[in-house]
Design a protein. Structure first.
Length: 245
């Protein structure tokens, strides 16, 4: 029965679910922002908050100075050009996080799965943090705490993209590459100068956690994923999509 009270004949879709036949099947969640609308963030991630809003807040709080005039079209073009080959490397990492671990954690629910994966993800970077590759020249223990907080926050967005794309590791890899390129470009000199090294990361992570509260509390996104087994044991259809799941 649809929203108008009329009965429709459900049709079996390729993932084993049913659709009414009157509108496109919503990917996941109870609100458009929880489903296909999330794809919008993948293509314009460097145009919309929290990344840009994070930079703006950092500047307003006096924690750094962003040179807006130097963020030219060429900078954005290079973000796209460099992100493409970087995806080859992030795909290997994402194959472990979203390709293997997340499907096995999703039966716990999206929130628990995202938090657990985020903590493991952050600890996995411990050697890089100890080597000073992330947040160089700062208190290493504080760097570990901040970085883990960031990975936990990011894990929620990665989980949403992964579920909305029906388990595409490639989508997660592209998103991973884009976030890396954005932070490596916009959160460091010469574009962002005299900044507290933790400020952009903490501000952006807090904004993401606010978004998490809005998604689950306001838009009432379901914490439980429908048929989580389909992610750990996907049904292949023999098309090119099998290579990006």
């Amino acid at each position: 029965m649809n929203h108008n009270g009329h009965h429709t004949d459900p049709q079996r879709d390729q993932n084993g679910g049913t659709s009414s036949g009157t509108r496109p099947r919503q990917l996941e969640g109870d609100h458009p922002i929880c489903g296909a609308g999330l794809y919008l963030g993948l293509g314009v991630e460097w145009l919309l908050p929290p990344p840009y809003l994070g930079v703006l807040i950092v500047q307003l709080l006096g924690l750094g100075e962003f040179r807006w005039s130097e963020a030219t079209w060429f900078v954005y073009l290079m973000l796209l050009v460099i992100a493409l080959p970087v995806t080859l490397f992030t795909f290997g990492e994402e194959y472990g996080w979203r390709g293997y671990l997340l499907p096995r954690l999703l039966p716990l629910g999206e929130i628990r799965a995202s938090v657990l994966l985020g903590v493991i993800w952050g600890v996995w970077h411990l050697p890089l943090i100890l080597a000073g590759l992330n947040y160089p020249g700062v208190n290493v223990f504080l760097a570990i705490i901040v970085f883990t907080f960031v990975t936990v926050a990011l894990s929620f967005t990665y989980t949403w993209f992964y579920v909305a794309s029906s388990g595409s590791v490639l989508v997660a890899a592209v998103f991973h590459a884009s976030t890396n390129q954005f932070s490596d470009t916009f959160w460091v000199p010469p574009l962002l100068s005299a900044a507290n090294p933790f400020a952009p990361s903490v501000v952006s992570a807090v904004l993401i956690m606010v978004l998490v509260v809005v998604v689950y509390r306001v838009f009432k996104r379901s914490v439980q994923v429908k048929d989580p087994e389909r992610f750990s044991h996907p049904k292949l259809d023999g098309t090119w999509r099998d290579w990006v799941r």
